[in-house]
Design a binder for this molecule. Structure first.
Ligand SMILES: Nc1ncnc2c1ncn2[C@@H]1O[C@H](COP(=O)(O)OP(=O)(O)OP(=O)(O)O)[C@@H](O)[C@H]1O
Ligand SMILES: [Mg+2]
Length: 231
């Protein structure tokens, strides 16, 4: 069976030469459609590096990556951005919203990159904002919203284009526990709808609440555990 995500012997070396950092060391990993995977490991272990490679924001120094049947790596930048835009929705710890754009405009951005017309774009963006409970906030700037609301805008932006894969790097890291729970609830719903979700977290309770947990240490996968969830 073909895996949705299939990386083999991937290494990532920053600053090759004397001060090189081997952020990923010969990592192989397969993720199938519809999985919910958490990635844990101490600070500096290589989690974000792995996520950036999975999300085609960065390319491996060596090894190969097949995403949805397509070999990534020998691909020109614009082709890579197009695959990224269609396949992957990102959610970051720091929200990464554009500060001078409203919630609605932020969510429209990835659709704009797809050259979608204004009306369709707005309808889809409004729908996504409704989905995360922010219909009342569409005209607000990021600075006029709470952290939890900003993260929900970021989720709306990630899901508006309906990518099959959601990559979330510490999405609750800057949130109070209640807002964090809301974000986790939305991610659970997206997974229940069939999306493949990959979540980086420091929080063991969150990591343990999903089907599969991968532990990284010094750029290597040291544990890959799938659990039977009750209920
Ligand atoms: N652009 C870069 N240039 C040089 N070194 C880098 C770069 N990005 C990351 N590193 C190094 O690679 C290693 C892995 O970093 P990474 O950001 O993947 O860790 P992480 O597990 O996400 O940590 P955290 O939990 O703190 O976010 C670290 O030693 C880091 O200092
Ligand atoms: Mg990180």
């Amino acid at each position: 069976m073909e895996h949705l995500i299939d990386i083999k012997n991937v290494s990532k070396i920053y600053n090759p030469g004397e001060n090189e950092v081997r952020a990923l060391d010969n990592v192989s990993l397969q993720v199938d459609e519809g999985e919910y995977v958490s990635i844990v490991g101490q600070s500096g272990s290589g989690k974000s590096t792995l996520m950036n490679i999975l999300g085609c924001l960065d390319i491996p120094s060596s090894g190969r990556y097949i995403l949805n049947g397509t070999g990534i790596g020998s691909m020109p930048d614009d082709a890579l951005s197009e695959i990224r835009n269609k396949t992957i929705g990102f959610i970051f710890q720091g929200f990464n919203l554009v500060s001078n754009l409203s919630a609605l405009e932020n969510v429209e951005l990835p659709l704009l990159y797809r050259r979608m017309g204004r009306e369709e774009r707005q309808a889809i963006a409004l729908d996504a904002l409704h989905r995360v409970g922010l219909s009342e906030r569409v005209d607000h700037l990021p600075s006029q919203m709470s952290g939890g609301q900003q993260q929900r805008v970021a989720i709306a932006r990630a899901i508006a284009a309906r990518p099959p894969i959601i990559l979330a790097d510490e999405p609750t890291g800057n949130l109070d526990s209640r807002s964090g729970e809301t974000v986790m609830e939305i991610l659970r719903e997206l997974h229940a709808e069939g999306k493949t979700v990959i979540l980086i977290t420091h929080d063991n309770a969150i990591a343990d609440s999903v089907d599969r947990t991968i532990r990284i240490l010094d750029g290597r996968i040291v544990e890959d555990r799938t659990r039977e969830l009750a209920g």
